[in-house]
Design a binder for this molecule. Structure first.
Ligand code: SD4
Length: 324
């Protein structure tokens, strides 16, 4: 039987929970008007990726299918220097790919340090759906992909990436820092017509990184996080800094506390600005959607943009606000 003391404790907890959920439900100042379905994704290439995602979302399809199909568009573009097999290699000439995906039920899958596969995002989805694991790396990830019907692309680097790498080798200046010319991982998050969220993230990582380096993009909670009760977030920029603060998870937790998507992203960016490393020259950006379909973004530096597609916003590139 409940004692008076446990009843009082329970009542106090319930009151606190009601006030938290009220503050979450409260409409704070937000970028997006709050509609569904909606998809948002990082950088200019998000425009083309959103088109493929929207074909699924606008016909009642699932956010999970949309975010996979959407970023496959970017992975297929061999002209892209930071996503897919067209990406710039590491310092030893290897193009190593990182990707992850997360659905509305908390399922997630990831691959990192994967070579020779055109669509790492689909391998990540297969890790999620066909294995008891979340993450496969390197040779093991490649073997898993080949065993499951993916084909090994023959070339090591595109001719353009090869040329850029050979040019870089002349000085071999090791500066694995995201600056203003050196970024465009795709992170995509979507809310479908049924009200479910999912996200994806895929990249070739930092150009000329150390062989074996893995960034934030395949790490659930860093490059991507989805909580279907609250919202979803994705990151772009210098992965080490995003990992240090568990960036995308932080953004989602801030939304859980009642912050708008943009405010939540700003809080994460402010934390990064206090990094023990010198982040003055780095670019890091987050984007987020909440359960109501409101969205927002925030970055350290000027220049981060993201693409939004909904019934009201027909695939527009928006400039993110920034700290510095
Ligand atoms: C990484 N976050 O590997 C990725 C790189 C990136 O825009 O986002 N570039 O650190």
């Amino acid at each position: 039987m409940a004692t008076r003391r446990s009843f009082i404790k329970w009542s106090a907890m319930s009151a606190a929970m009601v006030s938290i959920s009220k503050s979450y439900a409260k409409k704070v100042s937000v970028e997006g008007s709050g509609s569904k379905p909606i998809v948002i994704s990082t950088w200019k290439h998000g425009i083309d990726a959103n088109v493929d995602a929207w074909k699924i979302l606008s016909t009642g399809g699932k956010a999970l299918d949309a975010v996979e199909k959407g970023v496959m568009n970017t992975e297929s573009d061999l002209g892209n220097r930071s996503v897919g097999l067209g990406g710039l290699p590491d310092r030893d000439g290897h193009v190593t790919l990182d990707a992850c995906i997360m659905d509305d039920k908390g399922n997630c899958g990831s691959v990192c340090f994967l070579e020779h596969i055109k669509h790492p995002i689909s391998v990540a989805r297969m890790v999620m759906e066909k294995t008891p694991h979340v993450m496969l790396a390197g040779e093991g990830a490649l073997k898993f992909a080949l065993d499951n019907g993916f084909t090994k692309e023959k070339f090591d680097r595109t001719p353009e990436a090869d040329k850029a790498w050979k040019e870089w080798l002349k000085k071999s200046e090791y500066k694995p820092v995201i600056n203003f010319e050196n970024h465009d991982t795709i992170g995509m998050i979507a809310l479908d017509a049924a009200g479910n969220l999912s996200g994806s993230c895929t990249t070739s990582g930092l150009a000329y990184k150390m062989h074996g380096r893995v960034g934030d993009s395949p790490i659930i909670g860093a490059g991507l996080f989805v909580d279907n009760e609250v919202g979803a977030a994705a990151a772009t920029g210098t992965g080490e800094e995003v990992i240090r603060i568990a960036g995308s998870h932080t953004v989602v937790e801030m939304m859980r506390e009642g912050h708008s998507p943009e405010e939540a992203c700003r809080i994460a960016v402010e934390r990064i600005s206090k990094s023990p490393k010198n982040v003055r020259e780095m670019q890091i950006g987050f984007l987020a959607i909440n359960k109501h379909g409101e969205f927002g973004a925030f970055a350290l530096q000027k220049g981060f943009n993201y693409a939004v597609y909904s019934n009201e916003i027909k695939n527009e590139l928006k400039d993110s606000k920034n700290l510095w």
